[in-house]
Design a protein around this ligand. Sequence first.
Ligand code: PLP
Length: 383
Amino acid sequence: MTRAARAVINLSALQHNLQRAKAAAPRSQQFAVIKANAYGHGMVPVAQALTNADGFGVASIEEALELKAAGITQPLLLLEGFFHANELESIRQYGFQVVVHNEAQLAALESISDSASAGQTPITVWIKVDTGMHRLGFEPAVVEDVYQRLLACNVVRKPLRLMTHLASADDLHNKSTQSQIELFNTVLPDENLERSIANSAGILGWMASYRDFARPGILLYGVSPFLNETGADRGLLPVMTLQSELISIKKCLQGDAVGYGADWVCPEDMLVGVVGIGYGDGYPRHAKTGTPVLVDGKRVSLLGRVSMDMISVDLREHPGAKIGSKVVLWGDGLPAEEIAEFASTIAYDLFCGVTLRVPREYISENTVAGESERTERAGAENG
Ligand SMILES: *Cc1c(COP(=O)(O)O)cnc(C)c1O
């Protein structure tokens, strides 16, 4: 490899984080959410490492098929269900589980039920209830009717499952979470149903959201789902470390402007480092001057505008830096939450934004035992 930009993915940290979810909600089955290429971490290697997950949540049948092709055997749940009725044949064939959140999906299941032959394996359906997020799901008032219609479908497995999604659980003081949970409790209270509410924030902060299934996403990747804290505050370990190297060091003079738009002007004679990473790699273009960057493990600051392939950093605090010095943009030693703040976004967005040209390199590092076993896959996977 020539360019040093890469995302190192620590699979031991990923496994550790799943154990944190299991320890928090031990009675819930954990459906690990690995949509969007496992939040940019690489869906197949992440699924292969999560042998302890009880199932996986994905966003589309394409993602589910890719997992099947890779030999993943745990249940696969399509979190938005199917988008067109023509997906139903594959869903049945491969045994995918589906969320049903709208009338079109319901009608499609009814219409294949009419022609279904006995003996075919039924589809596991999760009815989605909108308890206040107003994105996907049926209004609580109509769920009884939806439930009866699905009970009548011979292609649908019984018992049915019932789920909802929390809108503001990242804020531990927000009262709407309790209201959402209470409203969910009023839906089909006496029916024999398997239920699910908790995402990462539910698992780590809202015991009242524990049900048969939990759906951890961001916590698996080592990020706290809560405002104003980092994963370390919750015993989570960072999984992705985005790193590169210094490719140039310039001796700039007082008054020299650095980068596009001459946004930053040197207040004194100083060393400016250039790092081989930019928005073409997914480093956020809106990261502000002052965003922390680790060079040889030392904190320095981003200077001026982010370019496509490069950023500039202030080396006044680290005069010993050299071309080839190792640079960490987020991850080990530098929480992604902190970078997200400087870029006015969230860690989810940073991770999903790491582009295809950045190779993912998978390691297994048992830091607890103090020994580091590094297993690097040949030809590190892209995407
Ligand atoms: C993405 C998603 C999750 C995971 O959310 P996190 O905040 O990452 O834990 C859970 N449930 C549903 C329905 C989702 O779409």
